[in-house]
Design a protein around this ligand. Structure first.
Ligand code: ATP
Ligand code: MG
Length: 475
């Protein structure tokens, strides 16, 4: 049994899906066709013999009637010919009462028992004059049995013909089943074949721009394969987007790195001829070199952080947002001595806790505070607020600088995007991209807007506290 199962498993592994489906569908249809033919044969055979038995019973009734009307002598018959009536004979219970002439039909002990009323009437198959016959033995009363026989070869011929006919129909059914199975597997698996071909093409060309053609029709009435193909297309779209984004990041990064690296090389070359420079020139060149190296290092570090999509799970902890904000604002105030950073934390928000990575949240807030201080005039305050919402927590950073122009608002979170007005100031345009990435990894939302009365306003909104066991970070 296990051997058969193993053979079946090997067959399933080796055959392509289309062959397996064709075989299964054909086998199912063929089985039904053969089953219907077999059932039809059984019914036809039963009906034909039933008709013969009915004729026998009718003949017996007629004979009994005739015997009652005209006496026992009428009971003889010739049933050798098809058109002749049934042959009949009366058999007494005791052999001693047998007539002188021999019996036409075979008389056995069972017949005597029927005559004696010890046995129920019965039908049997006999052979007479070399022909198959069906014989009814039934009690006649007064210790006698009546035997009536009819030729059964026309019925047997009919049954044989029915068998041939049904076998032919069954065979045709099996052929049709084979054709149907092939057709079902072809049409049913056509979308799967297209899906496979597309997947193979993508694997070969490594180009995620390919798509599977979907049949037209309302989306609600699509079958499973079409839905699978649609999801596959969506996945390809996302893959294409991510590949494009990565390519763009690499292209942008190399472009952004080119300018500081060129300046760095110029200063390095200048310093290599230090003997021809005055002390003042040498100091200026080495200071510029140091600054440019710090810039490039910062840029490369930012890029590395941006390329990392997830926050590492082991660093995740329950972060108390208020102390983290206070600490970060304190550090920014030290870094930007001419900018006051008034901080307002409302009572309930002081106890707020969210799962997260403290170093990353500090980085997010630092980027917002640095921008606010960098873009606003010296002495203008940068207001930081932390307040509880009905179903969350909101951290705001508002400055009194020039604000963000409406045409720049949709792009400030893009990598390397810097408004024209910001080009004079140091920076590479990665700060806000990184801030939004960190916010998303923490399940929070970061938005920019123009504050009422001028200046930029950034809002970081956390949702409600996630249930225990849920990990928003990196998901
Ligand atoms: N507080 C702000 N006020 C006005 N404009 C801002 C403010 N914050 C950001 N921007 C605009 O958004 C752009 C993108 O900001 P982002 O922090 O990403 O880059 P950056 O500060 O120029 O460079 P980096 O942060 O990488 O040093 C800025 O160049 C600036 O045009
Ligand atoms: Mg910035």
């Amino acid at each position: 049994m296990s051997g058969v199962r193993r053979l079946g498993a090997r067959w399933r592994r080796r055959r392509p899906l289309r062959t397996r489906l064709a075989t299964a569908a054909s086998a199912a249809v063929a089985l039904v066709a053969l089953g219907v033919c077999a059932a039809a044969f059984v019914v036809i055979r039963y009906e034909l013999f039933h008709q013969l038995d009915l004729s026998l019973t009718q003949s017996a009734t007629r004979t009994v009637q005739a015997e009652r009307d005209s006496g026992p002598d009428v009971l003889a018959g010739e049933c050798r010919y098809l058109s002749s009536p049934a042959c009949a004979q009366i058999v007494p219970a005791s052999a001693s009462d047998d007539p002188a002439e021999p019996y036409l039909l075979p008389v056995s002990a069972a017949v005597r028992e029927v005559a004696a009323g010890e046995r129920a009437p019965y039908v049997s198959n006999i052979t007479l004059f070399g022909r198959p016959m069906r014989m009814l033995t039934t009690p006649l009363g007064k210790g006698r049995a009546l035997q009536v026989a009819l030729r059964s070869d026309p019925v047997e011929k009919g049954v044989r013909q029915a068998a041939w006919l049904l076998a032919a129909v069954g065979g045709a059914g099996v052929l049709v089943a084979g054709g149907l199975g092939y057709w079902v597997s072809r049409t049913g698996l056509a979308p799967v074949s297209r899906l496979t071909a597309t997947a193979e093409r993508i694997a070969a060309t490594r180009d995620p721009r390919h798509r599977i053609e979907l049949p037209s029709g309302p989306p609600g009435r699509q079958d499973e394969v079409t839905r699978l193909a649609a999801s596959f297309n969506t996945m390809l779209g996302e893959l294409e987007q991510s590949v494009t984004a990565q390519r763009r990041l690499v292209a942008d990064a190399s472009h952004e790195l080119r300018t500081p690296l060129t300046a760095l090389r110029t200063n390095a070359e200048l310093l290599s001829r230090a003997d021809r420079l005055t002390d003042a020139q040498r100091d200026r060149a080495s200071a510029a070199l140091g600054r440019q190296i710090r810039e490039v290092t910062g840029l490369v570090n930012d890029l590395i952080e941006l390329a990392r999509d997830e926050e590492p799970r082991p660093l995740l902890e329950q972060v108390r947002i208020a102390p983290l904000t206070e600490h970060t604002v304190g550090a920014a105030a030290a870094h930007w001595p001419s900018t006051p950073f008034p901080l307002h934390i409302d009572g309930e928000a002081a106890r707020a806790v969210r799962p997260g990575v403290p170093a990353r949240l500090t980085r997010l807030l630092t980027n917002l505070l640095d921008n606010a201080a960098k873009f606003s005039p010296p002495g203008a305050p940068v207001e930081v607020g932390l307040q509880a919402l009905a179903d969350g927590l909101e951290l705001t950073v508002r400055d009194h600088g020039p604000g963000i122009a409406p045409e720049d608002l949709p792009y400030v979170f893009d990598r390397f995007y810097r408004a024209d007005a910001a080009r004079a100031l140091p920076g590479s345009g990665l700060g806000l991209a990184m801030a939004r990435q960190i916010a998303r990894a923490h399940g929070a939302d970061l938005t920019a807007e123009t504050a009422p009365g001028g200046g930029a306003l950034f809002r970081l909104t956390f949702g409600p506290v996630p249930p225990a066991g849920a990990h928003p970070v990196g998901e």
